[in-house]
Design a protein. Sequence first.
Length: 110
Amino acid sequence: MSKSAKGSIEKKGKNVKAKSGLNKSILDQGLSMLVDMLEYKQLWRGGLLVKIDLRYTSQTCSSCGHVAKENRLTQTKFECVECGFSENADINASRNILAAGHTVLSVEGG
Ligand SMILES: [Zn+2]
């Protein structure tokens, strides 16, 4: 359903821009439904879904907090240019997301 419209850089296909907008809309709706379902299931089981701002979580050092896109030179490896901390990029981002969730809970009182 969200397959790209046919075309190339040299030879543009028909309605490529419109199809791109439609694809984004479909994918956004799917993500929104997933979040709604997660929230419903968590509340049903007595849990809590904490929504946080994910921006820069993959570029932030979970050890010293330094933010730079140079910290993440490859998809899988994170290496802080400030303190030298090195870790798998997904694990580093996960630590930042967990810390952000704890911050939200401490501010909002859980
Ligand atoms: Zn660091």
